[in-house]
Structure formats: C-alpha cells, structure tokens
Design a protein around this ligand. Sequence first.
Ligand SMILES: NC(=O)C1=CN([C@@H]2O[C@H](COP(=O)(O)OP(=O)(O)OC[C@H]3O[C@@H](n4cnc5c(N)ncnc54)[C@H](O)[C@@H]3O)[C@@H](O)[C@H]2O)C=CC1
Ligand SMILES: O=C(O)[C@@H]1CCC=N1
Length: 269
Amino acid sequence: MSTNGQVAILGAGVMGETLLSGLLRAGRRPGELLITERREERATELRERYGVDVVTNVEAAAKAETLVLVVKPQDMPELLAEIAPVIQPTQTVVSLAAGITTGFIESRLPEGVAVVRVMPNTPALVDEGMAAISRGAHCDESHLVLAEGLLAATGRVIRVPEKQQDAVTAISGSGPAYIFFVVESMIEAGVHMGLPRTTATELVVQTLVGSAKLLRETGEHPTVLRERVTSPGGTTAAAVRELEDHKVRAAFLSAIEAARNRSRALAAE
Ligand SMILES: NC(=O)C1=CN([C@@H]2O[C@H](COP(=O)(O)OP(=O)(O)OC[C@H]3O[C@@H](n4cnc5c(N)ncnc54)[C@H](O)[C@@H]3O)[C@@H](O)[C@H]2O)C=CC1
Ligand SMILES: O=C(O)[C@@H]1CCC=N1
C-alpha cells in the first residue's frame, strides 16, 4: 500500500489544482495521482481537464503512499477525522494548510504517521513557486526529501523550523497578494493620468518582471537598486517621499504582522 508512489491531493481548489497541474507538467502520469474534492462539479471539471481519478477521502487514504492535504484550515478537523481510521504509519501526510501545526495533525492521526508542513504560493502555477517545508515529530530525511520532490515540481523549496511557518505564511504564502495590490494601484495611477488601461497594464507588468529579474540575477540589495533609479532631485525621489509621508513602509510591517497573527489563530477555529 505504502510504496506505490501514488500521491493523493485531498481538496482540489486553487492550491490543490496548482500542485496537481505542476506535478503533471513535471512528468508525473495521471495514473500516479488521485484527487478528492467535496464539490462535485469541481471534481468533474478536474477529471476532464487532467485525466486524473477522483476518489473519496477514505479511498485516497487507503490507497496512496502520500496524502497531500489542501483543504482550508477550518475544514481540516473534519478531513482528519475521516481519514484517521484508514491511514497507516507507513504513509506520509503533507499539509499545505496555513496555520495548522504538525502537532495538530499528528494528534488526530494514528501514532507514528509522518507529517510534513508546507507553505507554498500561487506562482507555483507558472513554476515560480516558493515553498517552505517543516518536519513533524515522526519525520526523517526521507519524508522531507519526498515533500521536496513534490514541491520542487513547481518552483523553489527551502526547509525552515516549524516555528517560522507563520511568518513564512505572512511573507511568501500571502505575498503574491501584496504584489498584486501594488500592481493594481500602479495601473490605476496610470489610468488616472490618462494612459489607456492596456498601456498602463503592460508598463506595470513588464516593470514588475524586469525588477524581479534584476533582484534575482544581480543579487544586489533592494536599497541599492532603488538608489540607482533615484536621480538627485528627480521624479523617483518625489514619489518615494510621498510613499514615506503616507507611511507605506509601516503599513507593510503592520499588514504582514496581521497575516502572521492570523496564521497563528487559524488552528484554534
Ligand atoms: N491560495 C493560496 O494562495 C494558498 C493556499 N494555501 C492553503 O491551501 C489550502 C487550500 O486553499 P485554497 O486552495 O486557496 O482554498 P479553496 O477553497 O480554493 O480549496 C479548498 C478545496 O477543498 C475542498 N474541500 C473542503 N473540504 C473537503 C473535504 N473534506 N474533502 C474534499 N475536499 C474538500 C473544497 O471544496 C475546495 O475546493 C488552505 O489550507 C490554505 O491555507 C497555502 C498557501 C497559499
Ligand atoms: O489567505 C490564506 O489564508 C492563504 C494562506 C496563504 C495564502 N493564502
């Protein structure tokens, strides 16, 4: 049962489909994958789109070597109660849920099941994901390597101590949303100044991609890169002064701390 290499994705919403499509792009065959999904029309859609089998949670837990839990944190107790009677300590559980600790999961499953906690993000859909993984009490190196193998299909993977996962969630898990918020704001500014929306969008998206590549490929500190854009007495200095006056840096600090605090609170709901 536990050495068939089969991976079951339990809960195939946004993140479940992201992982599923990434595994298929990376060369896994549909027959090696199973999904479960509570919404019937969603299950049908994914079966037709990817050619994977849709099974019940109990069937998935009885069959697959690796169970990837991708339901919302609030749905986790019910899912764990469903699979606990059939799961064996030879299987590996990988949880992608924000805020849910490995201890929370271990305490609801048979003694000895290895649990890996992962925080992925949505750029995984274009193979530019950032995932951080942490070991539970019953994990050894092989379980971490297995989880890394799954997540590496869609981008970068790092290992972090579990106590850092709420901060990771606030930075890279939710992070794409902050970037999209900035992008929306910049496009709106362009439209306010009379640029056609398509022009403003192209300018902003390419500026974002170019800036991201500059950061990654030069390895320079963002402050240095920003200073290079900022000519003395010029346009950028005028803009950055406004951002500082509006306490945008402080707003980012508070926003990201709020996300971290929300992650901490999720397991208690
Ligand atoms: N969306 C994101 O950017 C990220 C999400 N996550 C985590 O991934 C998890 C899922 O998030 P999303 O995909 O955004 O939510 P979602 O709501 O799109 O997907 C959850 C899916 O699980 C299904 N579901 C719920 N209970 C079920 C059950 N008992 N059995 C089978 N299917 C069930 C729902 O019908 C839904 O399709 C959450 O725990 C979230 O914290 C983690 C990192 C990033
Ligand atoms: O908003 C959320 O709770 C999930 C976790 C990180 C990104 N999305």
